[in-house]
Design a protein around this ligand. Structure first.
Ligand SMILES: NC(=O)C1=CN([C@@H]2O[C@H](COP(=O)(O)OP(=O)(O)OC[C@H]3O[C@@H](n4cnc5c(N)ncnc54)[C@H](O)[C@@H]3O)[C@@H](O)[C@H]2O)[C@@H](O)CC1
Ligand SMILES: Nc1ncnc2c1ncn2[C@@H]1O[C@H](COP(=O)(O)OP(=O)(O)O)[C@@H](O)[C@H]1O
Ligand SMILES: [K+]
Length: 461
C-alpha cells in the first residue's frame, strides 16, 4: 500500500478520482467504517463502546462503525449532537439500527471519536467542545477516526481540546497532521486503512525503513567514503559529529582543524594543514561544516572555502546562520544538504527572503527557492528536496539533548560520502539517529548516542 501523505485538497481530489472511476462515496464510507470497526473490535475485545458522531462524513463513518459493532453483538452508545448534514452521512445514519442521544456524559471504557475529520474548519465550541473535554479527562481507551477531531489535517495545529488518543485510524491515506506536531504526539498508535484510492501523484510520502548494506568484498577505505569535518572555533561539536560519522559506515573520517584536540579519539585523523590545501584532496567525498564553526569572519571564510571546493556538503548549526545568496554563488545546490532546527530554519528563511508560516511550508519554500535539500529536524522531522516531502515516524524524545544535532549531522555526512544523494543520505541518517536513540534508552548524552550509531547500523543491514 502506498505510504502517501496528503493535504486535504489532495485527499478530496483522490476521493473524487475514485468516484469518477466508479466507486460511490457511500461505498468508500462503508469500506472506511468497516475497516475501522475491525480495529475497534480488536481494541475493545467485546467491551461496550461509545461512538461520538459529528455532522459530516466523519460522523458518517461513526454510524458505520456503530452498526458494524452492533452486528457483532456489541453494546454501542452513539452520541450525535446534531443530525447528519451530508447525503452520505444520512445514508449511514439510516443504515444504523440503534438509537442515538445528543450529549454525554459517557461511561464506556472504549470511546471512538468521529466528531470531525479533515473537514474541521473552525474553532470547536459548545457541545462538541464539552465532549472533547470529557474525552480528555476520561481514562477510557480513545480511538480517533481519520484524525483527532480538534486537529487541522494540513498542519497538525489544534482548534479545540486535544485528548491523548491510544489509537488513530487514518482513512484512505495519511494526512500531514499525522506526522506534524503537536498533533503527531497525541495520536497513540497509528494505523492506515486502505480504501484503494489513487495516490500515485502524492508529493508527500512517509519515509520507509532503509535497507543498508555491508561494504563490498573489494571495498577499501576510500571506496567506503572519506568524510572531512571542517572545524572552527569550538572543538566539542565537530568531535561529536566525527564520533557519529565514524560509526555510520564511513571508510575514513578526518577533522580539518587548526586547533589542538587533546580529547580526539586515536582513530580520528586530524589535519592541521591550511584549509584550502586540505580541501584539494580529491579523495574527499563529503564535507560537514557548521558544528562548532562560529559565526565570525574566519568562520565565514572556512564555509566559503568548503562551498567553493565543489564537494558535496552537509551544512548545520553556525553554517546555517552564515549561509546566504553570496556564499551559494556558483555552487551546485543539488550537492548540498541543510539540517536546520526550527530556529535555524527561521534564520535561513530570513536570509533567503522566504516568507512562509509553519515548519512544513518554510522547509518547502526554502527548498523551492534555493534548490537545496532541507532536513527540518525536531520532534517532527521533515525532509524536502527533489520536489518531494518525506515525513518520519516519531523519534525518541530523549533526543532533545545538547549535541544530538551534531551527531545527526555527522551521520548525514557519512551517508552522503557513501554515494547517496542528499535526500537518500538524510533519510538514512534520520533512521540511524532514531534507532541509535532507541538503543541508547533514557537520559543518554550526545557522545553515548554517537556510540550507539554502530549497533543501530545492524538494524538496517
Ligand atoms: N469523502 C469521502 O469519500 C470519504 C470521507 N470520509 C470521511 O469524511 C471525513 C471528511 O468529511 P467531511 O468533509 O464531511 O468533514 P467532517 O466530517 O470532517 O466535518 C465537516 C462538518 O463539520 C462541520 N464543522 C467543521 N468544523 C466545525 C466546528 N468546529 N464546529 C462545528 N461544526 C464544524 C462542517 O460544517 C461540516 O458539516 C474524513 O475525515 C473521513 O472521516 C470517509 O468516509 C471515507 C470516504
Ligand atoms: N522531542 C524530540 N523528539 C524527537 N527528536 C528530537 C526531539 N527534540 C530534538 N530532537 C532531535 O534531536 C536533534 C537536536 O538537534 P539540535 O537542535 O541541532 O541540537 P544540538 O544543536 O544541541 O546538537 C535533532 O535531530 C532533532 O530531530
Ligand atoms: K475524528
Amino acid at each position: 500500500m502506498s505510504e502517501a501523505v496528503l493535504t486535504v485538497a489532495q485527499m478530496v481530489a483522490a476521493e473524487k478520482a475514485a468516484m469518477a472511476a466508479g466507486t460511490s462515496e457511500w461505498e468508500l464510507m462503508l469500506k472506511a467504517g468497516q475497516g475501522a470497526a475491525q480495529w475497534v473490535h480488536r481494541a475493545a475485545g467485546g467491551r461496550p463502546v461509545t461512538v461520538l458522531c459529528g455532522p459530516g462524513n466523519n460522523g458518517g463513518d461513526g454510524y458505520v462503525i456503530a452498526e458494524d459493532l452492533g452486528s457483532r453483538g456489541y453494546d454501542v452508545d452513539v452520541i450525535a449532537p446534531v443530525e447528519p448534514s451530508t447525503d452520505t452521512a444520512r445514508t449511514a445514519r439510516s443504515q444504523f439500527g440503534g438509537d442515538t442521544r445528543e450529549q454525554g456524559p459517557f461511561e464506556h471504557a472504549i470511546v471512538v471519536d468521529c466528531l470531525f475529520g479533515y473537514g474541521l474548519s473552525r474553532q470547536v465550541e459548545g457541545v462538541y467542545r464539552e465532549l472533547l473535554e470529557e474525552l480528555s479527562a476520561s481514562d477510557c481507551f480513545k480511538i480517533a477516526i481519520d484524525v483527532p477531531s480538534a486537529v487541522r489535517s494540513d498542519c497538525g495545529s489544534t482548534l479545540g481540546p486535544l485528548p491523548r488518543y491510544d489509537l488513530t485510524l487514518a482513512l484512505g491515506a495519511w494526512k500531514q497532521a499525522h506526522f506534524l506536531m503537536p498533533s503527531m504526539a497525541m495520536m497513540g498508535a497509528k494505523e492506515l486503512i486502505d480504501l484503494g484510492l489513487p495516490l500515485d501523484d502524492a508529493h508527500g510520502v512517509l519515509s520507509s525503513r532503509p535497507a543498508l548494506s555491508a561494504p563490498a568484498a573489494d571495498a577499501h577505505k576510500y571506496t567506503r567514503g572519506l568524510v572531512a569535518v571542517v572545524a572552527g572555533e569550538m572543538p566539542g561539536a565537530p568531535l561529536l559529529s566525527c564520533e557519529a560519522g565514524m560509526r555510520a559506515g564511513a571508510g575514513y573520517v578526518k577533522l580539518f582543524s587548526d586547533r589542538s584536540h587533546p580529547d580526539a579519539p586515536a582513530d580520528l585523523v586530524i589535519v592541521e594543514d591550511d584549509l584550502d590545501e586540505a580541501l584539494e584532496d580529491d579523495r574527499i567525498d563529503a564535507l560537514l561544516v557548521g558544528p562548532g564553526l562560529g559565526r565570525g569572519e574566519t568562520s565565514r571564510e572556512r564555509l566559503a572555502a568548503a562551498l567553493t571546493s565543489g564537494r558535496q556538503c552537509v551544512l548545520d548549526a553556525d553554517a546555517l546562520h552564515l549561509l546566504d545568496d553570496d556564499l551559494l554563488e556558483g555552487v551546485d545546490p543539488s550537492r548540498i544538504l541543510l539540517t536546520p532546527h526550527e530556529g535555524e530554519l527561521a534564520a535561513l528563511c530570513e536570509s533567503f527572503g522566504v516568507e512562509a508560516d509553519g515548519k512544513l511550508d518554510r522547509a518547502r519554500s526554502l527548498s523551492a527557492a534555493t534548490g537545496l535539500t532541507v532536513l527540518a529536524k525536531g520532534p517532527d522531522t521533515i525532509l524536502v528536496g527533489e520536489g518531494t516531502t518525506l515525513f518520519f515516524p516519531q523519534g525518541s524524545s530523549w533526543l532533545s539533548v545538547a549535541g544530538s544535532g551534531d551527531v545527526l549531522a555527522g551521520i548525514c555526512a557519512t551517508r552522503l560520502a557513501g554515494s547517496r544523494s542528499p535526500m537518500e543520505a538524510a533519510q538514512d541518517a534520520v533512521w540511524l539517529h532514531h534507532e541509535a536513540a532507541r538503543l541508547a534508552g533514557p537520559a543518554f548524552t550526545a557522545l553515548q548516542l554517537a556510540h550507539c550509531v554502530k549497533p543501530a547500523m545492524a538494524s538496517f543491514l
